[in-house]
Write a protein that binds this ligand. Structure first.
Ligand code: BTN
Length: 324
């Protein structure tokens, strides 16, 4: 129905189409037409409505120009094969399917909209149409299984650096891999891996960046905790430029890691982190834990000094800032 509606408006670019005309052509009530138009508005379509004349479509959501991205990419392998979708359940799920079909390292899955985007800890990931970068990159790292957390931090570093370069905004990393601007989340990373005995077979690096969402694009429960690059910068951000930059940063960091190990990644992560030298707390199965974050170790775990002065390590979870 939405596609038929859009086609009718595209065929009549300069004239108004009345609600009555639309309901006759599509065989539904005028109220149903109005509901569809409201939904399309939420997806970024812009309609002019004039009483007794009807509707005219004057704007469409911006779509990623994949051929232009492919032509301008500066990477060797990352993003050199792109599977682009207007809508998908989750790019991570699609990437798993593509791996089974033999997709090579560096294959990128990207969608304008996800209907079942996944976040960490089983949470849903809000992914409205044309407003963000919702993507998954297929990696086949040549590292032992126990080093998988390094990749989580590596992706965060590449993402943070590319956001800073593309927007001049001072994004920072909250352990392990959330990206924040002024305390609000702008991006999340979900790494899903598959292993066979001690060998890592592949990793799907799922990345969601809130690029051009407006405050009203967020559900109420996210409005105080999430923000977008456009909100922070006060202008629309070019998704193509950000994506190109991210692919390049990620490929560079990935090569560096395979050549020199975790040390350079760790140093960059620490320099970009907003979660060190501050009071932190987290919920664990044993209850609330808290302390002062002093660094990360060689496995990527957060080193926390407890009130009694002893050092402890946190290997996973979500941290909050401040004393309990
Ligand atoms: C988090 O909870 O912070 C991680 C969010 C990861 C979201 C991205 S969007 C693209 C990819 N596909 C998914 O279903 N999730 C990741």
């Amino acid at each position: 129905m939405d596609e038929q509606l859009i086609r009718i408006f595209e065929e009549n670019p300069d004239s108004f189409v009345s609600g009555e005309q639309l309901s006759t052509t599509l065989g539904c009530s005028r109220t149903a037409i109005w509901k569809h138009i409201e939904r399309l508005r939420q997806e970024g379509y812009v309609f002019e409505a004039v009483s007794r004349k009807g509707y005219r479509m004057i704007g469409k959501p911006e779509k990623l120009d994949i051929p232009a991205i492919m032509a301008e990419l500066e990477t060797e392998t990352f993003g050199r094969t792109i599977h682009y979708f207007d809508e998908v359940d989750s790019t991570n799920t699609m990437a798993h399917t593509l791996v089974k079909q033999g997709a090579v390292e560096g294959t990128l899955v990207i969608a304008e909209k996800q209907t079942a985007g996944r976040g960490r800890m089983g949470r849903a990931w809000h992914s409205p149409k044309g407003k963000g970068l919702w993507m998954s990159l297929i990696l086949k790292p040549r590292i032992p299984l126990q080093f998988t957390p390094h990749l989580t931090l590596l992706v965060a570093v590449a993402l943070c650096r590319s956001i800073r370069q593309a927007t001049q905004l001072s994004a920072g990393i909250k352990w392990p891999n959330d990206l924040l601007i002024d305390g609000k989340k702008i991006s999340g990373i979900l790494l899903e891996s598959s292993a066979d005995d001690e060998n890592l077979q592949h990793v799907i690096a799922g990345v969601g960046i809130g690029v051009n969402l407006r405050p009203e694009d967020y559900p109420e429960e996210l409005q105080s905790v999430a923000t977008s690059l456009a909100i922070e910068a006060g202008r629309e951000i070019d998704r193509k430029e950000l994506l190109k930059q991210f692919m390049l940063e990620l490929e560079t960091m990935y090569k560096l890691y395979h050549e020199q190990g975790f040390a350079p990644v760790k140093a960059l992560w620490e320099a970009l982190s907003v979660s060190l030298h501050t009071q932190v707390r987290t919920q664990s199965p044993q209850g609330l834990k808290s302390g002062f974050a002093v660094g990360i170790d060689d496995s990527g775990a957060l080193i926390v000094r407890q009130e009694d002065g002893t050092l402890t390590k946190w290997y996973s979870g979500t941290i909050e800032f401040g004393a309990p």
